[in-house]
Design a protein around this ligand. Structure first.
Ligand code: FES
Length: 108
């Protein structure tokens, strides 16, 4: 099974890292496996918003659009940025996102 590169992940402190991900994983799982500071309290059940990331503008339209429940949850987060904010547990690792660039949102 080949892995997919995630181009850059930017941490809260500005550190940039390139990661490798297995197909079918959620982005949240990949970020946690690489010790990025995500609480991801609900484990991907779409009920906590503690897996919040900002997707680089060049990538926003290349991802599947968020479900309404994802936007509702994100909109309650004071660090929500319309158009850029996503829940990393809702982003699946597929061929089309090789090179994805995201920034970990500040943890509330
Ligand atoms: S881990 Fe809880 S919404 Fe993503």
């Amino acid at each position: 099974m080949s892995t997919h590169p995630i181009g850059h992940v930017v941490s809260e402190d500005g550190t940039r890292r390139s990661l490798e991900a297995e197909p079918g994983q959620s982005l949240m799982t990949v970020l946690r496996e690489h010790d990025l500071p995500l609480a991801a309290i609900c484990g991907g059940c779409l009920s906590c918003a503690t897996c919040h990331v900002y997707v680089d503008a060049a990538w926003v339209d290349r991802l599947l659009p968020p479900e309404s429940g994802e936007i509702e949850l994100l909109a309650c987060d004071p660090t929500y940025r319309p158009g850029a904010s996503r829940l990393s547990c809702q982003i699946q690792i597929v061929d089309e996102i090789d090179g994805l660039v995201v920034t970990v949102a500040p943890q509330a």
